[in-house]
Design a protein around this ligand. Sequence first.
Ligand code: NOJ
Length: 524
Amino acid sequence: MNAQGGVNTPARGYPYDGTVAGPWWKSAVFYQIYPRSFADSDGDGVGDLEGIRGHLDHLQWLGIDAIWVCPFYRSPMADFGYDVSDYCDVDPLFGTLDDFDRLLAEAHERGIRVIVDWVPNHTSDRHPWFMESRSSRDNPKRDWYIWRDEVNNWKAAFGGDAWTWDDATGQWYLHLFLPGQPDLNWRNPEVVAAMHDTLWFWLDRGVDGFRVDVVQGLLKDPSFPDDPPGGVLPHSELNDCPDVHPALRDLRALVDSYPGDRMLVGEVYLLSTRQVAAYLGRGDELHLAFDFTPLYAPWEADAWRAQVETTLAELGPVDAVATWTLSNHDNPRHRTRYGGSEARARAAAVLLLTLPGVPFLYAGEELGLEDAVVAADRVVDPGGRDPCRAPLPWDPSPGDGGATENPWLPWPPEPEVRNVATLADDRASILHLYRRLLVARHATLSLQRGGLELLPGTGSVLAFARHHWDERRAVVVNFATTGAALELEGDWDVEVASDGRGEGGPFPGAVAGDTAVVLRPRPR
Ligand code: NOJ
C-alpha cells in the first residue's frame, strides 16, 4: 500500500479513468420496472401503477436511486405497451393519470427519481395519427409515417418484412417492429413537434427523465438502401443513420431547458461500444446510452477485462459516463444466461454495482430470479421474451388465492422460497447482498464516482481498484468455479463478499470459485 492508502500498481494509462462529478444521474443506480410483472394491486393478473406505489418502501429499503418504468400508456398491447395509441394517458390496465401522479409524488418523497419510457420510433397502428395517415393518400397526416410504392429488403424485428401493404390506399408502410407498430417519419417537422409535445407533457407532470426506445432507428437513410445481401438481421439492428444526431441534439436541448437535471437514457441497440458512444455526442446528445455489449459478453474474466478497457477508452474522448446492464425485459436473465448458479449471479451483482458508471438493475435480479419456463400454450410475446418477464413473487404463496392468483405469465422457478418476503427475512440471501452492495456504494465516493485502475489478476480473476482522492476500494471477481489466489499489495479487509463470508475480516489473499469481494484498505 502506498502513503495514500492505495495500491502501488501503476495505472494502465487510459485516456480516462471514469471519474465523474455532477448531476444525480451520473452516479445513480437505476431499477427497471416492467409494470405488467412488478406488482398487481387489483388481482387482474397484470401489474399496475398502484402495485408499484405499494412497494416503494421495498425499493427505498433496497437502496436504489431511480426507477425506470416501462410503457404504461394507452396501447392495444401487441408489443405489451411498446405500441402506443396515446402518449399522454395511462392505459386502464395500469391505472390512471392520477395513479401516476401519486406514484411520482410518493417516489419523490422517498428520494427516488422516476424516469418513464418514451417510444418515439413508432406508434401503434391504432394511434389516431396512423388511422388518419392510412385513411387516404392526401390526408394531412399521410407523411407522418413512411409510405412507399416500392420497398427494399429490410426485415422487421420478430420476423417478416419491415413493410406491410395497405390495400385501402395501395402503398406499403414501414415498421421496424410489428406491423402494428408503424414507424413515424422523423423528417416531418410536424411529427417532431408533436413528439416534443409528449415530452413536455411528462416533464410538466414532474418526471426526472426518459428512457428512449430504439434511438438508432429514429432516422432512416433517405435513399432506403437494401441491407447487405444474405443478411437476416432485422433492420432495427443495423440502422445508424447520421441524421439521428441533430434530432438528438434537439431532444437534449429540450430536456436541458427544463429546470432540475432531467435526463435522457437511450436504447442504442448497436452492438459496439464505439457506435453507442457516438450517441452521446459532445455532451449534447443523450445524457446516457445503454451499451448492450457487456450484456452479451460471456461470463469470463478476459471478456470483461477487455470490455472495461474498451468502455473507458471509448467514453474518454467525450468525457461520458458508462452504463452497465446485465438483464432487462428483452433478454434472458443473466442468472439463466450464466448457467443458473446463484453463486455466480451473486458475483455478477458485485461486478455490476462496482464498475465505474451507472448500473441498471432489472426488477427481480435482486431475488436471484431465473427465467420462467413458459409452456407453448402460455406464450404471449411475438419476440419470445416471456421467460424473463415472469411476475415478481412478493410472498411465499404468490399463486395461492391472493390478488395475483392468475398472473399473465407463469411464476419464475421456486416462488415459495425465492420471493421478497422470504429473502428479506434471511440476512444471508442474495437480496441482502444487493442491499449491502448498495449501502456500500452510497457510503463510498470511490465506488459511486471514482476512477478505475485494472489490477494484475490471474486468468480467471478480474481485479480492479476504484479511487476518489485518497479513498480506495479494490474489487476482485473470480469467474472460475474453483478458488483462485490473488496477491494484492497492502493489507485489505473484506467489506462485502458475494457469499457473505469473512465480511469485516482480513482479505485472505484468495477468492472462492464463483465469488467476488469488495475490499477496503485496513485502517492503520
Ligand atoms: C425495445 C424495447 O425494449 C422492446 O421491448 C420493444 O419490443 C422494442 N424496442 C420496440 O419498441
